[in-house]
Design a protein around this ligand. Structure first.
Ligand SMILES: Nc1ncnc2c1ncn2[C@@H]1O[C@H](COP(=O)(O)OP(=O)(O)OP(=O)(O)O)[C@@H](O)[C@H]1O
Length: 465
């Protein structure tokens, strides 16, 4: 049963590029009649000519999706080239830029919150970084497999909130994939969840440029569930999971010269002060990063340059300009995006997946929470007393109505003691708890039994609307 669930979850996690025929059904899912059925969208179609090294920055309107296609020339969205003459559909509130190196004309159909063109972009400096990484990958591939120099670049992208870290990460990955590499994408940002749902840290090989609409294809993600959307909830647990993920990747690299040479790109969260800064340093050393790209902030750059080079003078710490196109997102917007990401996990980006409602007996499930809850500050404890809250304590959860609307991770652990060190198979969403009949109803990506009875609960909830 385990393998069935896992293989199904693998299929469901995988987000393949949308076939042309499905674009229309995605439009319908957003409540927009397909152009062929309505004889054309109600909104104006407009053409935009882009000169070389220019981009158009677009924020899709709040209500309806936007269709866009390349009419002539060449253009890319965050490193992924646009296919000619092919309509792409971007969901409401999506923010992105279409950039061209040599000039292009695009056509847009739908409402935008804003759209404007500019020739002021940091793209040349970004592609220069890519060229240097490319040289390092080639040198790594040419080195003897068990030598130190067979390790390709391990790039970590850091910077404050909304500085364009995820965007730069995806560009570097897409450009590398376009040249035939399979770099590993590591996402340590539990707040947004670029690879899978928020509250997780994850890694996946990138074999093709990242789809501008669908995002990262999830064929073989390695996911650890932290359970909260900010590392401050349980810093020790966050660090332990980062270490687990790094150790597994280290083992994978040891046995795979190709992915070792391709290296990795690590996306981080925007918390850069105090403990957040410590966590950035922790990630740099844990993943043995050899290139640190600092976006936007002079202070962070000079601090990291001093602290990182003190420990390892071979690391390159590079400051890069933030793109003027990066959009600042409010907390409310981030919350909404998180909800959308969870919905996408179960239903697919264009409502193209069908999750299943399953029922289990209370006795079939063992739910655990990691950490002793909020730690009391020392000042709040009697003199001489120590806080007993252990951030890595595994606490069984009593099944009751508090589980309603909670997102739980399904652990690969075989014993409770393995829960912290195990990655997860996927996620379920609790839709009903029947105390009387001792039954729990949940939404899962597939039918059948769960691959394990061990479930992890954090503070991640979702209200299905
Ligand atoms: N050149 C651009 N034009 C238009 N939108 C852009 C551009 N670059 C980035 N964006 C958008 O700006 C938003 C923020 O960018 P991004 O997610 O890369 O920032 P971040 O630093 O990773 O954010 P976080 O604070 O969550 O870590 C995203 O919606 C992204 O698509």
């Amino acid at each position: 049963m385990k393998s069935r669930f896992c293989s199904l979850i693998g299929v469901i996690l995988r987000r393949l590029p949308i076939p042309r025929a499905r674009i229309e059904s995605i439009l319908m899912a957003y409540g927009v009649p397909p152009a062929s059925a309505s004889g054309g969208s109600t909104s104006a179609i407009k053409q935009v000519k882009l000169d070389k090294e220019c981009e158009i920055r677009i924020e899709v309107g709040n209500e309806t999706p936007l269709r866009l296609r390349l009419l002539s020339g060449t253009a890319e969205i965050f490193g992924a080239e646009l296919p000619p003459e092919f309509w792409l559909t971007f969901p409401p509130r999506h923010k992105f830029a279409v950039f061209t190196w040599y000039g292009a004309t695009i056509e847009m159909d739908g409402e935008t919150e804003s759209d404007y063109t500019t020739n002021e972009t940091p793209m040349v400096s970004y592609v220069n970084v890519h060229a240097i990484l490319e040289g390092r990958r080639n040198r790594a591939r040419a080195s003897p497999p068990d030598s130190n120099s067979s390790q390709g670049p391990r790039v970590i992208v850091v910077g404050p909130k909304d500085s364009g870290k995820s965007t730069l990460s995806r560009m570097l990955l897409s450009w590398a994939a376009k040249q035939g590499w399979k770099p590993t994408f590591v996402d340590l940002d539990v707040g947004q969840g670029f690879i899978t749902i928020p509250g997780s840290i994850a890694a996946t090989p990138i074999e093709l440029p990242i789809d501008p609409v669908e995002g990262v294809p999830l064929e073989m993600p390695l996911v650890y569930f932290y359970g909260h959307v900010t590392p401050s909830n349980n810093v020790d647990l966050y660090k332990v999971l980062v270490k687990e993920l790094a150790d597994i990747l280290e083992r994978q690299f040891a046995g795979n010269a190709e992915s070792r040479a391709a290296g990795m790109v690590i996306n981080t969260m925007g918390w850069i002060e105090g403990v957040g800064y410590e966590l950035i340093q922790h990630a740099i050393t844990t993943f043995n990063a050899n290139v640190v790209l600092v976006l936007d902030q002079e202070k962070l750059f000079s601090m990291l340059k001093k602290d990182v080079l003190k420990n390892n003078p071979n690391v390159d710490v590079v400051k890069l300009q933030k793109s003027g196109g990066v959009v600042s997102r409010s907390n409310k917007f981030r919350q909404r995006t998180r909800s959308f990401r969870i919905r996408e996990y179960f239903y697919g980006p264009g409502n193209d997946l069908s999750p299943h409602a399953n029922i289990a007996n209370f006795s079939d499930l063992s739910i655990y929470r990691i950490g002793g809850g909020l730690q009391a500050p020392h000042s709040a404890l009697p003199i001489g007393a120590k806080s007993v809250a252990d951030p890595l304590r595994l606490a069984p959860v009593n099944i009751n109505r508090d589980l309603l609307h909670v997102v739980l991770a399904v652990s690969f652990a075989k014993e409770p003691e393995q829960i912290i060190s195990s990655n997860v198979a996927g996620f379920i969403y609790v839709t009903d708890v029947d105390i009387h009949r001792k039954k729990i109803t949940y939404l899962a990506p597939s039918t059948g039994d769960l691959p394990s009875k061990f479930l992890i609960m954090g503070t991640l909830t979702w209200l299905e609307t």
